[in-house]
Design a protein around this ligand. Structure first.
Ligand code: G
Ligand code: G
Ligand code: MN
Ligand code: NA
Length: 253
């Protein structure tokens, strides 16, 4: 069978899974959120990461149903965490095209209702590039998400070309420092001018700042010394299937 045909059947065959990567508050070391990351359990190829199929999903018109599935599954998981006494929001990534879909807001409202959770259980992650497109429509969507209580994070920050005056006027919550700035080499530099500047920029805009791709103590210590709020990365944990995520929490993170 063709890959695209298999992809068309993946939803009904229940072949998608979400893995959850913990986000941890730097000061308290407490779990403060989790990012849902999509994987396809392909019958022959094993676990396929999103880079291997999302572009095709977009091409063949499957992005909307896949995104709906991701939203509902992530929010139901968030509800299950709540019932177990763990009160953290779940973060879902949105592609540029998805973010530009006029009906996205309705679909998010539907997913919240379907899972039976309030808007503040959800954070959406969109890249800088996405935010800088379609300026008026994007701003309106962000205001409506804000009214629903849904949080918005800017993903991969520092790799795009943001208009700072635009960022300033958007209702955003979190800025995620792209992992390239926290690589082994980058986090050892004598003067971490970029990381420092991004953290200060985020704070000056009233945003929480999270460092992503934290793989070692060097990067963690750098972020801590610069007043960053939260971290995510292999140093804390890889993205985990739901059962293993729960065990990770029970084992004290
Ligand atoms: O671990 P990782 O290979 O999961 O993710 C690769 C890329 O795929 C990242 O840029 C991430 O934002 C994106 N991604 C992961 N899950 C989803 C999803 O559910 N929807 C969209 N649109 N992108 C996702
Ligand atoms: O683009 P986005 O930030 O949504 O993508 C997250 C991607 O980063 C996923 O592919 C995830 O598996 C990966 N990731 C998470 N933690 C780390 C890390 O510590 N190091 C590296 N290299 N990748 C990571
Ligand atoms: Mn992300
Ligand atoms: Na990112």
């Amino acid at each position: 069978l063709q890959f695209s045909t298999q992809l068309r059947h993946a939803l009904e065959r229940n072949e998608f899974e979400l893995h959850y990567q913990p986000k941890v508050d730097i000061a308290s070391h407490q779990l403060c959120g989790a990012e849902a990351l999509l994987r396809w359990r392909h019958p022959q190829q094993g676990l396929v990461p999103p880079g291997g199929f999302l572009a095709m999903a977009e091409q063949i018109g499957l992005m909307a149903p896949i995104t709906n599935w991701v939203l509902v599954t992530a929010l139901r998981q968030c509800k299950a965490w709540q019932e177990a006494g763990i009160h953290i929001p779940v973060s879902v990534n949105l592609s540029t095209r998805t973010f530009q879909t006029p009906r996205l807001l309705e679909r998010i409202e539907w997913a919240l209702q379907e899972a039976g959770v309030p808007g503040d259980c959800l954070e959406v992650e969109v890249t800088e590039q996405t935010l800088m497109k379609d300026l008026d429509q994007g701003a309106e969507l962000l205001r409506k998400l804000h009214d629903l209580g849904v949080h918005v994070a800017i993903d991969d920050f520092g790799t795009g070309y943001s208009s700072l005056s635009r960022l300033r006027h958007l209702p955003l919550n979190t800025l995620k420092i792209d992992r390239s700035f926290l690589s082994e080499r980058a986090s050892r530099e004598d003067d971490p001018v970029i990381v420092r500047s991004i953290i200060d920029l985020g704070h000056n805009l009233g945003l929480q700042v999270l460092g992503e791709g934290v793989e070692n103590d060097t990067a963690w210590n750098l972020l801590e010394s610069l007043g960053c709020d939260a971290v995510q990365g292999y140093h804390v944990s890889q993205p985990l299937p739901d059962q293993r995520f729960s065990s990770w929490i029970q084992d004290g993170g």
